[in-house]
Design a protein around this ligand. Structure first.
Ligand SMILES: Nc1ncnc2c1ncn2[C@@H]1O[C@H](COP(=O)(O)OP(=O)(O)OP(=O)(O)O)[C@@H](O)[C@H]1O
Ligand SMILES: [Mg+2]
Length: 258
């Protein structure tokens, strides 16, 4: 773009979440460096990479749970860097962590109510209806204790709980962790994709790269705290060279270089 052209604002470009130049860790030593990611409304963006690559740390840095050492975060073009988690939740960033994603000992309905604790009871009922529109299968399970759900139903409850705050952006950390390959496919194809269809911007962290790329619009590959490649997911899957980097033997080779 030449400098004479007017700058299109991120909100106009449809960018829901942008994290730019992120450096983050758990002390003053960065675990994640120089990371840029963008997610547009209605898009599913996957971050894939090996164990310990820094995928969860990136999500935690966006949420201010990990220590942000550099960079900034924008929600619909507005700087939200450093805001506390409840404020981010109110502004529209929802987070489904890798584990401990539902309240044990409570029914599905109670989990959803807890998710909507920031909104008044009337609005909460409306939000629950909207969440059930995204996941209609959950309707018949509302009175079940979460311990009695299948892995997929439990994940659906976790995501629906976050939907109670009507987020614009959802950060999902390995929603398929601990699920069978078949159930993983169902969660990604039916649940995560449904979020995109309902206009949500989804930043999806996954180790199951093939399955994640199968449902994602865009993909970032992270190795040792850095994004080493990013491309349209369909292009990655269709190009043997990129497939190799994202999914195959070149991953460890790249890891050795960075
Ligand atoms: N709370 C923490 N304190 C200190 N170091 C941490 C903490 N959490 C993670 N780390 C370290 O940060 C690095 C990146 O971890 P992270 O959890 O971000 O990786 P990941 O890509 O999500 O891996 P996985 O696919 O296994 O979930 C690892 O070396 C890990 O040991
Ligand atoms: Mg992780």
């Amino acid at each position: 773009m030449s400098s004479a052209e007017p700058r299109v604002s991120e909100a106009e470009a449809g960018i829901a979440l942008a994290a730019r130049g992120i450096a983050a860790g758990y002390s003053e030593i960065p675990i994640v460096s120089d990371v840029d990611v963008e997610v547009r409304h209605g898009q599913v963006v996957a971050v894939v990479g090996p164990n310990g690559a820094g995928k969860s740390t990136l999500l935690k840095a966006i949420l201010g749970i990990a220590r942000l050492l550099g960079g900034h975060i924008e929600l619909d073009g507005k700087d939200v860097t450093g805001l506390p988690l409840p404020r981010l939740a109110r502004l529209g960033i929802g987070y489904v962590p890798q584990a401990e994603d539902v309240f044990e000992g409570l029914r599905v309905r109670e989990n959803l109510d807890m998710g909507g604790y920031l909104v008044n009871p009337r609005e909460r009922a409306t939000r629950m209806e909207k969440a059930l529109e995204v996941f209609p299968q959950l309707r018949s399970k509302l009175n079940r204790y979460v311990e009695t759900l299948s892995g997929g139903e439990r994940k659906m409850t976790a995501i629906a709980r976050v939907l109670m705050l009507d987020p614009k952006v959802l950060l999902l950390d390995e929603p398929t962790a601990g699920l069978s390959p078949e159930l993983s496919r169902v969660v990604l194809e039916e649940q995560v994709r449904a979020l995109g269809r309902h206009g949500k911007a989804v930043l999806l962290v996954e180790q199951k790269a093939v399955a994640a790329l199968g449902i994602a619009d865009w993909a970032y590959m992270m190795v040792r705290g850095r994004v080493v490649m990013s491309a349209r997911a369909v292009d990655v899957l269709g190009d043997p060279k990129m497939r190799e980097i994202f999914l195959g033997a070149k991953g460890p080779e790249l890891e050795a270089k960075v």
